[in-house]
Design a protein around this ligand. Structure first.
Ligand code: RIB
Ligand code: CA
Length: 314
């Protein structure tokens, strides 16, 4: 079977950690070319450490992890320790990773990989603020046509915001980067809150991971339990929306999802609504579509797919 060749761009982050374990478990379907880290949920040092810890949980010290942007393109950095804890992975068994951080900057890794690999063979899967992707496109515009597809977690429209009433966190942290990426002319799939809020944890779904006969399954279950504590309080519902794993699930099985090709514009100026996605769902703007905007998921099948992948982990 032809493997998908993926660069995973991330700001771990508890749901990022689940997504990366999910991706590492799908070793037969995905060739991970590298992990590029971006400041978001917590600062760049912490996310770069966390990404290596996650790889070591999966006994994958072969994965190349790169540190990227320490702040957004224009705005000051806003982080989310209140959700993910000071370490960025509250509740997780932390250790000092033995695998080294790669010397190159993540943006240069993205550029060099896209220039080296055959055009149209590399998929970018960003699940944090889009700063690294935007910087790579600004520094090396020639890479845009070489990108097979961008499958990103970010944005919101029908679901409203999660960091302000108007904006989802990844797009709020770096709205300029999001607008830049959305206008790069690259085939792009968005997994916004409109779909991730339909893929929530539950006692049954967490138990399915906790009962896996390995180390990473129960570990993922404990991360989910830690992750959901914030959202249960905030949304007053049982279970937390599992954002970043939706992007990995889409990579593996797009048929689990449904959406519409629409025009998406990101507000970059208004202090009240920066990061807001103006999604032209009814085609009233006359603007060209620039994203496959996903709004539906078969959540049971997605969680089953995640457990099926994670059983391959140590
Ligand atoms: O809004 C959810 C997104 O913001 C997820 O990627 C989560 O990890 C945070 O980065
Ligand atoms: Ca994230």
């Amino acid at each position: 079977m032809h493997k998908l060749r993926v660069i995973f761009d991330t700001d771990p982050g508890l749901d990022d950690a689940i997504a990366l374990l999910f991706l590492l478990g799908a070793r037969d379907e995905i060739e991970l070319l590298g992990v590029s880290c971006v400041a978001g949920n917590v600062g760049i040092e912490a996310v770069s450490r966390n990404a290596r810890i996650i790889c070591e949980w999966a006994d994958r010290r072969d994965v190349e992890v790169y540190a990227g942007a320490a702040r957004p393109l224009v705005r000051h950095l806003v982080t989310a320790e209140h959700v993910h804890g000071k370490t960025g992975m509250e509740g997780a068994p932390m250790h000092t990773p033995s695998m080294a951080l790669q010397a190159a900057h993540a943006v240069d890794f993205i550029i060099d990989t896209l220039r080296r690999e055959p055009a149209g063979t590399v998929t970018l899967c960003p699940v944090g603020p889009l700063t690294n992707i935007a910087l790579a496109l600004l520094k090396a515009p020639d890479i845009a046509p070489r990108i097979r597809q961008i499958v990103l977690m970010g944005g919101a429209y029908f679901a409203g915001g999660n960091v302000t009433p108007a904006a989802e966190f990844n797009f709020y942290v770096d709205p300029h980067a999001a607008q830049q990426v959305l206008h790069a002319g690259i085939p792009l799939v968005m997994l916004p809150l409109d779909v991730t809020h339909k893929a929530c944890t539950s006692a049954r779904r967490v138990a399915a991971l906790a009962s896996l006969p390995n180390h990473c399954g129960p570990l993922a279950a404990s991360l989910l339990t830690s992750f959901e504590r914030h959202d249960v309080k905030k949304f007053g519902q049982i279970g937390a929306p599992l954002h970043d794993p939706c992007a990995v699930a889409y990579l593996l099985d797009p048929a689990l999802f449904q959406g519409r090709e629409v025009n998406v514009e990101v507000e970059t100026d208004s202090p009240l609504t920066q990061g807001h996605c103006s999604v032209d769902w009814w085609g009233t703007s006359g603007r060209a579509s620039n994203a496959l905007y996903i709004t539906e998921v078969d959540a049971d099948a997605m969680f089953a797919r995640m457990a099926q992948a994670m059983i391959n982990l140590p």
